[in-house]
Design a protein around this ligand. Structure first.
Ligand SMILES: Nc1ncnc2c1ncn2[C@@H]1O[C@H](COP(=O)(O)OP(=O)(O)OP(=O)(O)O)[C@@H](O)[C@H]1O
Ligand SMILES: [Mg+2]
Length: 326
């Protein structure tokens, strides 16, 4: 049966590598006081597929991703829901999951060579005599001169090269799941495209299940299979990526309207008035109601469930639900 606090589609995710059900993270600013950071998040990551997690700054994307690998910041606890690895063998969370973050320069240690840092990321038993493996990893992420790169220090590489090195490091542990949290935001536009293409290639090559966090809806439309839109800690719309062509939630409409359009004369950024409420100031009912152009009295009182007509497209909106399927 579908749990009440859940955004899981009807199918139960049995084919997923990693399944998350009803995930909730609390922040405890002081003893006995819990503020919800994220809640009721369901997520199924499948081999060779990309799920994109989108939403404005501060809505809980990075905390959701961090919770998967137990990397939550101090004061935060994953105290709701379940994370299940559905494959056996060596896919323990430590080895099965790898991260790539926004700023490779910050993740790489300036005092060690790229080679020694990637070697560290190899499973312990593979570190001795790892030359061939390192060479292959670097070639996999598009370096034609692995020896030179392995001997380099991070500051000797460009941002794009650093992010390739981070990808090589992520692949070193032979992950089943790759979590990429804004992997290209710190890079300039032409390099962004190359890294995203590489990510897509690696995913196919290594049969990875990818969770991609991004602000960029154009990227989502291009490379994701599924999309989850988060607002103030909750999933408000979810489904196959094509739902972005016909969104139901007013928040998602707002996000799409905020995209600059090419070729339509002077850019008009309609955006969404207001900002994501901080932890502890999230309103009751639908959390989006203070910013919502369609808000009704019910929206202030009760939180809408994430529902849909059964085709995988689900939205949490009382007004849209009352309107019926489009
Ligand atoms: N270390 C921390 N301590 C306390 N609160 C935090 C911490 N990190 C994040 N938060 C809060 O948790 C909420 C979710 O933050 P999160 O970093 O997941 O947002 P995000 O969706 O990843 O945003 P962005 O797009 O800016 O990366 C926000 O209200 C944020 O202020
Ligand atoms: Mg983030």
């Amino acid at each position: 049966m579908k749990p009440a606090d859940s955004n899981r589609p009807v199918k139960d995710g049995a084919d997923a590598v990693l399944s998350v059900a009803g995930l909730g993270v609390g922040y405890f600013p002081e003893k006995g006081r819990r503020l919800e950071v994220v809640g009721g998040v369901d997520l199924d990551l499948r081999a060779g597929r990309t799920v994109a997690l989108v939403g404005e700054s501060g809505c809980g994307k990075s905390i959701t991703a961090a919770a998967l690998g137990g990397l939550l910041p101090p004061g935060m606890v994953r105290d709701r829901g379940e994370i299940r690895w559905r494959v056996g063998g060596d896919c323990s969370p430590g080895r099965g999951l790898a991260y790539v973050f926004q700023d490779p320069g910050e993740c790489l240690d300036p005092v060690f060579t790229i080679g020694s840092q990637i070697r560290e990321a190899l499973p312990r038993a593979e570190r001795r005599g790892a030359g061939k493996r390192l060479d292959r990893l670097l070639r996999t992420v598009g370096f034609e001169d692995p020896e030179r790169v392995l001997a380099s220090y991070p500051h000797q590489l460009s941002g794009g090269m650093q992010q390739r090195a981070m990808l090589a490091m992520a692949l070193a542990g032979r992950p089943r799941v790759l979590v990429a949290d804004e992997p290209t935001t710190a890079l300039d536009v032409t390099v962004q495209a190359k890294i995203l293409r590489l990510l897509a290639e690696l995913q196919q090559l290594e049969h990875l299940a990818v969770l991609l966090i991004t602000h960029n809806l154009a990227v989502v439309a291009e490379i994701a299979d599924e999309v989850l839109v988060m607002y103030a800690g909750r999933i408000v719309e979810a489904g196959p990526v094509h739902i972005l062509g016909n969104p139901r939630h007013p928040y998602v409409n707002g996000l799409l309207k905020a995209l600059p359009q090419l070729g339509t004369g002077p850019a008009r950024l309609e955006g969404i008035a207001g900002t994501v409420p901080p932890l502890g100031r999230r309103p009751p009912g639908c959390r989006f109601h203070p910013r919502c152009p369609l808000a009704q009295p019910v929206c202030r009182e009760r939180e809408p469930p994430l529902n849909g007509p059964g085709d995988g497209h689900r939205a949490a909106c009382w007004v849209r639900e009352a309107e019926g399927p489009t």
